[in-house]
Design a protein around this ligand. Structure first.
Ligand SMILES: [Zn+2]
Length: 278
């Protein structure tokens, strides 16, 4: 699933191509994309409006349109936005037609991606306030903030990192990478982490996301850049998807196990497994 670095990569590539353009028409070919709203309602609400800004919040891509209308997209498992792709590109669900003649296709083989509408800035703020916590690459993501969020939490730290209502934008890849960098086992109870460990975790989340962004995101499954090129971060994973390989720090074999319901990778020497509670 595209996480913050993948969505930000797409945003950064598309923004100069769409900002200032008029979205002449939105054509929704799959009604499931914008449920519970109807296709005609969504198409009418956004078509003909100038794109003021292409933004991102967490893993959401946000089209800020003139007249204080906002189209909020989530790419979910397999969604990709392709600019001027070849005819016959498969799995197209939504088509954006811009006034310079360019076409943007939202392709999504598994059809979990969504499009939602906010018809005012207040509505948009409320939408995100109900779903998303702090932006990990923003100024508010401090060690103190992480300590506040972690205090008293019984959940394993991997689940804590995946909880979008705490920290927005971290998914399975970057959670594993951040925990490895911070030398914290994914099954550690969040509230038992010491102050220095939470400081290291904060820094490691930023470092992992920044490394992903610098590499243009990771390509696993179907993620593609807007020009169809794949990201390269999967070649730089320190621990994620490296089960059976030696740890890059100590040489111990990387293990795979389940944490927070997700396939999780760790070096259990660098990241000591918590002792079972008696
Ligand atoms: Zn190790």
């Amino acid at each position: 699933m595209p996480e913050l670095p993948e969505v930000e990569t797409i945003r950064g590539q598309l923004a100069p191509r769409v900002e200032g353009r008029v979205l002449e028409a939105l054509r929704v070919g799959d009604a499931r994309w914008c449920l519970p709203l109807g296709v005609a309602e969504v198409e009418a609400a956004v078509s003909g409006r100038r794109v003021e800004e292409l933004g991102r919040r967490g893993k959401y891509l946000v089209w800020h349109l003139e007249g204080d209308v906002h189209l909020v997209m989530h790419l979910r498992m397999t969604g990709t936005l392709l600019l001027d792709p070849p005819d016959g590109t498969p799995y197209a669900r939504v088509r954006f037609e811009l006034d310079d003649g360019s076409r943007l296709l939202f392709c999504d083989p598994r059809r979990f991606g969504t499009g939602e509408l906010a018809r005012s800035s207040e509505e948009l703020s409320a939408f995100f306030a109900a779903r998303l916590g702090v932006e990990p690459l923003g100024a508010d993501f401090t060690a103190e903030r992480v300590r506040e969020l972690a205090r008293g939490r019984r959940a394993p730290v991997k689940a804590f990192l995946l909880d979008q209502s705490k920290i927005a934008g971290v998914g399975n890849i970057y959670a594993d990478e951040a925990l490895f960098r911070a030398r914290i086992h994914p099954l550690r109870e969040t509230g038992t982490l010491r102050r220095a460990q939470l400081g290291a975790l904060r820094d490691s989340v930023v470092a992992a996301l920044s490394a992903g962004l610098a590499a243009g995101g990771a390509t696993i499954d179907d993620f593609r850049h807007a020009d169809g090129v794949m990201g390269a971060f999967q070649d730089e994973f320190l621990v994620h998807r490296r089960a059976g390989e030696p740890c890059t720090v100590c040489g111990t074999t990387v293990r795979k196990f389940v944490a927070a319901g997700r396939g999780t990778y760790a070096c259990e020497r660098c990241q000591p497994r918590p002792r079972k509670k008696s």
